[in-house]
Design a protein around this ligand. Structure first.
Ligand SMILES: Nc1ncnc2c1ncn2[C@@H]1O[C@H](COP(=O)(O)OP(=O)(O)OP(=O)(O)O)[C@@H](O)[C@H]1O
Length: 229
């Protein structure tokens, strides 16, 4: 479904991504791991068209997206749940959801989002800025779903959340997977990553240092690239 081929991305003169290649198969979850500053967010931003790569291809369902602006990439069927949620604090929950709504037959709409996230329904008139971290994360996921994506990119969905709320986020992601959603998830939370991933990539200094099925993700690999003792 998604193929990233030999991607090189720069910020000005700084060469950040070095020849990154990765895949997300239809209906599967690939997880991108790595220490801070290794290029995980830059990889998602390059796929989403928020940064243009200098070399390489982003192929989604066979179409090249790497030179397209992000609104076209969103229209093509890729949704981003950004790091730090980025919800609009001075809009209500419902308004936040409606900002991105792209109707699709039998797709997500405000009712189906509210039935997946009952807490958002209860808080639909609250301002985004008044929500808890967990509620904001649900809203951020809901808002990305309102674009009716076929591939969802999630950037550290567990960041800053308590273990109890992280388990709610895991449940949501599993539910989405059960319904056939393909996902590429950036995570620092190893147990969450192991629980969700079909396939794992580890980035080190802007390059893929390890890739493999989740079962092949050994203690040695974790120690070498993820500071796990
Ligand atoms: N807008 C920018 N301009 C210049 N350099 C940047 C910019 N954004 C990120 N970088 C640099 O690019 C490198 C990769 O950053 P990136 O955010 O992709 O890493 P990451 O693996 O997602 O880390 P984190 O977990 O801390 O978010 C870092 O060295 C970072 O300082």
């Amino acid at each position: 479904m998604l193929t990233v081929d030999n991607l090189h991305t720069y910020y000005g003169e700084s060469h950040i991504l070095h020849d990154i290649s990765l895949h997300v198969k239809k209906g599967s979850v690939s997880v991108l791991l790595g220490r801070n500053g290794m290029g995980k967010t830059t990889t998602l931003h390059t796929i989403m068209g928020l940064v243009a790569p200098k070399e390489g291809k982003v192929l989604f369902e066979g179409n090249e997206l790497q030179s397209k602006p992000s609104y076209q990439i969103s229209r093509a069927g890729i949704g981003l749940v950004p790091q730090g949620r980025r919800i609009f604090s001075n809009l209500t929950v419902k308004e936040n959801l409606l900002t991105t709504y792209k109707p699709v037959e039998n797709g997500w709409d405000i009712e189906s989002i509210f039935s997946m996230f009952p807490r958002l329904k209860e808080r639909q008139k609250s301002m985004g800025g008044n929500l808890s971290g967990g509620e904001q994360q649900m809203l951020s996921i809901g808002r990305a779903l309102m674009t009716n994506p076929r591939l969802l990119l999630l950037d550290e969905p567990s960041e800053g959340l308590s273990p109890l709320i992280v388990s709610d986020v895991i449940k949501i992601i599993k539910e989405l997977k059960k319904n056939g959603m393909s996902m590429l998830i950036v995570e620092q939370n190893l147990s969450m990553a192991s629980e969700l991933a079909d396939y794992v990539y580890i980035l080190s200094k802007g390059a893929v240092a390890f890739e493999g099925e989740t079962e092949a993700f050994s203690r040695d690999v974790k120690q070498k690239y993820l500071s796990v003792t």
